[in-house]
Design a protein around this ligand. Structure first.
Ligand code: PHE
Length: 353
C-alpha cells in the first residue's frame, strides 16, 4: 500500500481494522470482560430491570452521532483527523461510547449502559493504545426528581463496588454534552485516580434524542483499561491484547480479586531517529507508522530533542522496542527500525538527518 500517510491521514489503517470485532470485553476470563461484567452487575443489582445493556453495538458511527448530536463544537480537537479515525467524510470509528446515546434515546430507551471498543489516534506508550474500551451509561428521570443526588449516589456506589471502601472526591470537569460535569476520583494506594466522567445531560442533547422537556438525564463514561491497569496491577496496556496463557491464565475465575504478576521482564532496545519536519507534519503520524511497522513490539515513542534552525524544525525521536513475551534479537530490531526510517522518509513530510 503505497498511499502516503499524510494524504491518507484519518483514514483507517489495516492494523486498526483488524481489531474491529475482537470484543475483548466479551471474552470470558479476560480482565476487561471481568471488569465490564462487574460494572454491568452493579447496575443490574442496584436498579433491577431498569437498565438495558448493549455490548455489541458496531464501532462505525456517523459524525452526527459521535459529535454533532452531542453538541461537540465544530473546532473541538476530538473531531480532527489527527485524533479520530475517519472511515469516510461522514463516518468514524467511534471515539467514545457516548456516540450511541442519541440513537438509543431515539429508540425510546430510558436507561442504558453500553460497552465497547473505541478508537483514537494517540501516542505510543505504556498507557495509550489506539483501541481501548469504555462503558457509558445514561438514565432519564422525571423533571422533579433529584437527578444530581441519584448520579452521585449511583456512581459512588459503583466506585466502591470496584475498589472497596475507598475515599472518593468530585472534581469539576467539562464535557460538551453534559452540564454541569464532574470527574469522580478514588483514593487508591495514596493517589487520586480519575475513575469516570459524568454530568447532567444537556437539554439540546436530550431533544436530539427525541426526549420531551418533562425529562432530565444524567450520564457517565469510564475507560476500562485505565481502571483495569490499577485494579489488577497490569503495567502495560499492550498486555490486554496478549494471547499468551501466562497472562490470560492469571485472570480466569478470579473476578475482581485477580492481581497480575509479571511472568518475566524482557530487555528493551532503544533507537533514535532525527529528521527535519515539513508542512503538514503531525507527530501522531510517526506514532502510527511505528505501530504499523512494529505492532505491539513498540513500547514507547518520545521526542527527546527538538530545535529550530533557518526556519526549519528538527526532531529527535527515541523509539523503545520491547516484547512482553520474549527477548527481541538485535537483527529483528534493526530490521524493524530500518523499515520505520524508510517509511518515515517515503510517507511523511520529513527529511531524515
Ligand atoms: N465520553 C466521555 C469521554 O470519552 C465520557 C463521558 C460520558 C462524560 C458521558 C460525561 C458523560 O471521556
Amino acid at each position: 500500500m503505497a498511499r502516503a500517510v499524510s494524504a491518507a491521514r484519518g483514514w483507517v489503517p489495516e492494523t486498526i481494522w483488524r481489531k474491529v470485532g475482537t470484543n475483548l470485553h466479551l471474552q470470558e476470563g479476560h480482565p476487561l470482560c471481568t471488569l465490564r461484567a462487574a460494572v454491568q452487575g452493579y447496575f443490574e443489582s442496584s436498579a433491577p430491570g431498569e437498565f438495558g445493556f448493549f455490548n455489541e453495538l458496531h464501532p462505525v458511527v456517523s459524525t452526527v452521532d459521535c459529535f454533532d448530536a452531542l453538541c461537540v463544537p465544530r473546532d473541538h480537537v476530538s473531531r480532527a483527523p489527527s485524533d479520530t479515525y475517519y472511515v469516510d467524510a461522514g463516518r468514524v470509528l467511534r471515539a467514545h461510547m457516548t456516540a450511541h446515546d442519541v440513537p438509543l434515546l431515539r429508540r425510546g430507551l430510558k436507561a442504558f449502559v453500553n460497552c465497547g471498543d473505541v478508537y483514537r489516534r494517540d501516542t505510543v506508550d505504556r498507557t495509550h493504545y489506539p483501541v481501548f474500551h469504555q462503558v457509558d451509561g445514561l438514565r432519564l428521570l422525571r423533571g422533579d426528581a433529584d437527578a444530581g443526588g441519584e448520579l452521585r449516589a449511583t456512581l459512588e456506589g459503583l466506585a466502591r463496588r470496584l475498589f472497596g471502601e475507598v475515599d472518593v472526591r468530585w472534581v469539576d470537569a467539562y464535557f460538551p454534552f453534559t452540564h454541569p460535569s464532574w470527574e469522580l476520583e478514588v483514593r487508591w494506594r495514596g493517589e487520586w485516580l480519575e475513575l469516570l466522567g459524568c454530568g447532567a445531560v444537556r437539554r439540546e442533547v436530550l431533544r436530539n434524542g427525541g426526549v420531551g422537556d418533562e425529562y432530565q438525564g444524567w450520564a457517565f463514561g469510564l475507560g476500562l483499561e485505565r481502571v483495569a491497569m490499577v485494579l489488577f496491577d497490569i503495567p502495560d496496556i499492550r498486555l490486554f491484547w496478549s494471547t499468551d496463557d501466562r497472562f490470560l491464565e492469571q485472570f480466569k475465575g478470579r473476578g475482581l480479586e485477580a492481581r497480575y504478576k509479571p511472568f518475566s521482564v524482557y530487555p528493551e532496545v532503544c533507537k533514535d531517529v532525527s529528521f527535519w519536519v515539513g508542512d503538514g507534519f503531525h507527530i501522531n503520524d510517526v506514532h502510527e507508522l511505528a505501530r504499523e511497522v512494529a505492532g505491539d513490539l513498540v513500547e514507547n515513542l518520545s521526542v527527546i530533542d527538538r530545535f529550530a534552525k533557518d526556519g526549519r524544525e528538527s526532531l529527535c525521536v527515541r523509539v523503545t522496542f520491547r516484547c512482553m513475551e520474549r527477548s527481541l534479537t538485535h537483527d529483528e530490531v534493526n530490521a524493524l527500525f530500518a523499515q520505520l526510517r524508510q517509511r518515515l522518509q517515503n510517507q511523511l513530510p520529513v527529511v531524515l538527518r
